[in-house]
Design a protein around this ligand. Structure first.
Ligand code: SF4
Length: 198
């Protein structure tokens, strides 16, 4: 299965949205991860319990992204998910990277092209690869990039115009609260989205 729904994406599939995610292996595909490696959510809890199955899915997805026809296959699956969503009068959103990150520029461009191909699907991604992505012009409006703290280029986040994700021990009360509902980050255009550390 290329796209899956974890507990959070299932719980967030409300208000007319259905949300699926695409995962890659954490750390291995995160060239700009910094301090987040130490507290990476995708190396704990259920991920650790089901590591063998997760690893098989991550390896399969990574191999797919490297195949010449990989994004055609990914696009076919998005078409199928979109048709299913429309049949149920819902709109499809795809979280790029329930785990993992944009591991190089060519891979990131493949997702940008995919977002262009599906203008009625909303794509979003939390990323520490924001410096690399900022060199790409014309990111389509249906791809929301949420730059995340904890990476190698945190110093550049003050000039990031889009939303920023921050892992916190508890909500500050001043920012968006994104732990329970992924739509908070998915739909954010700016500001800080706080995620409680787990
Ligand atoms: S970028 Fe995300 S998935 Fe990768 S190591 Fe950091 S927290 Fe984990």
């Amino acid at each position: 299965m290329i796209f899956t729904q974890n507990t959070k994406l299932k719980a967030s599939s409300t208000n007319g949205w259905t949300i699926f995610g695409f995962g890659l292996e954490p750390v291995r595909t995160c060239p700009f991860a910094g301090s987040c490696r130490r507290i990476c959510y995708a190396r704990k809890g259920l991920y650790r319990t089901h590591l063998k199955a997760c690893k098989a899915r991550w390896d399969s997805n990574l191999a797919l992204t490297k195949r010449p026809e990989g994004f055609t296959i990914i696009g076919d699956e998005i078409s199928r998910l979109e048709r299913n969503a429309i049949r149920r009068s819902k709109r499809l959103a795809i979280r790029i990277h329930t785990e993992g990150d944009f591991y190089d520029i060519s891979y990131a461009c493949s997702w940008i092209e995919t977002a262009r191909r599906f203008p009625n699907v909303l794509f979003y991604a939390y990323t520490k690869s924001h410096k690399m992505l900022s060199s790409i012009h014309h990111i389509p409006a249906n791809l929301n990039i949420i730059a995340s703290e904890g990476g190698k280029h945190d110093a550049l986040l003050s000039s990031w115009s889009g939303p920023v994700a921050r892992v916190v021990d508890e909500y500050s009360g001043f920012n968006l609260q994104g732990s329970d509902d992924d739509k908070v980050a998915m739909l954010a255009k700016s500001g800080v989205v706080e995620i409680i550390k787990h």
